[in-house]
Design a binder for this molecule. Structure first.
Ligand code: FES
Length: 352
């Protein structure tokens, strides 16, 4: 059915502005403006049954979007991260990623398709020609824009088509939940994990380069030795996590040169062990100046005095490097006498 089959008096009223201004070519204006073509009514404009069908289609699409968003949430919560599936022709995929992508895609597509179908079939399709006007709108134009806006709002039938309105609000309100669910990937919170390292009483200090337990005789005056806790191997699954907290640097000083009383007590024959992790933002410290006993962090040049409790003498670091209390076991190897007494690394979370 088209508007040509309907008696003139039954057709919806046309707007005066629908066909725009028509001009003929003359000397001053050689290009004729034929105006807009005559407006054709759609079947939904003249058949309420068809309009209702379109309304139901739009509502169905918004409902599909809602279901897909719920499916996204359900997939995120229920599908194990290590489960894989075969999808032809792509091959093996993570089941969770596939389900998340599929449901998110359907949710977005259904909202878009619903909006497009609504606009194409139910909103007014009357073309309106407007003359160019100065950037600053006159009061009359502003009044007209407001009137047009209200008319557009009426013609969109948002107030009348409650089914569309409610399902659209439902789809738009539910959709952001997909993003909220992804925030879960920022967790879990570290809890007290950052307060403890692998060091504990009796753990041997192992040379990071040779992988051999250290004896006091292995640490020469003026040298800088890096150590890790016994049992922590590079092929351990959590090696990077643990070494980022437990990495040690060991130097031997003349006991007379140690100014800090506690540092001297926690050392063994002048051998001191400090965290290698800078207390500014956690870079590994690697530069040692044996004459001054200073260590320098290469990232932002924080400098610590190892002869004075590793206090900060320059740079942005907020506090001294934590010291590990060490001793020697019955076999003559260097061992830890406990964990660090304070958290290692940057101080921001320590205050939380
Ligand atoms: S991380 Fe060491 S100075 Fe910034």
């Amino acid at each position: 059915m088209s508007s040509h089959d309907i008696p003139e008096e039954n057709l919806p009223a046309e707007q005066d502005t629908a066909h725009g201004a028509v001009t003929v070519a003359d000397e001053e204006n050689p290009f004729a403006d034929p105006g807009l073509p005559p407006h054709e009514h759609r079947v939904q404009d003249i058949d309420e049954q068809a309009a209702r069908r379109s309304e139901r289609t739009v509502a169905m699409l918004f409902t599909v979007s809602m279901l897909a968003t719920l499916g996204f949430i359900a997939s995120y919560v229920t599908i194990p991260t290590d489960k894989s599936i075969f999808v032809f022709p792509i091959g093996h995929l993570s089941a969770m990623n596939f389900a998340l992508g599929l449901t998110l895609g359907v949710a977005l597509f259904a909202i878009g398709a619903g909006a497009v179908h609504w606009a194409r079939t139910l909103m007014s399709d009357m073309e309106i020609a407007d003359e160019r006007h100065p950037v600053e709108a006159s009061p009359e134009v502003k009044t007209k824009v407001l009137a047009d806006f209200k008319q557009g709002a009426r013609e969109s039938q948002l107030g009348r088509r409650k089914l569309i309105r409610n399902t659209m609000f439902g789809a738009l309100a539910l959709f952001p939940l997909s993003g909220v669910m992804l925030l879960r990937d920022l967790g879990p919170l570290p809890g007290t994990k950052l307060r403890h390292t692998l060091w504990s009483k009796g753990k041997l200090l192992v040379n990071m380069n040779t992988n051999e337990p250290l004896r006091p005789s292995d640490v020469a005056v003026g040298s800088l030795t890096f150590a890790k806790p016994e049992g922590l191997e590079e092929n351990n699954e959590d090696f990077q996590t643990e070494i980022a907290k437990a990495a040690l640097m060991i130097v031997r000083l003349q006991p007379d040169n140690i100014k800090d009383k506690r540092e001297l007590e926690w050392s063994h024959q002048g051998i001191v062990a400090f965290s290698k992790i800078c207390t500014h933002v956690g870079c590994p410290i690697s530069l040692y100046e044996q004459q001054t006993h200073h260590v320098l962090c290469p990232c932002h040049q924080s400098t610590f005095d190892l002869s004075d409790g590793a206090r900060v003498i320059f740079g942005p670091a907020g506090h001294a490097l934590p010291q590990l209390r060490i001793g020697v076991n019955a076999d003559g190897y260097l061992e830890a006498l406990g964990d660090f007494e304070e958290p290692v690394g940057p101080a921001f979370w320590e205050r939380g």
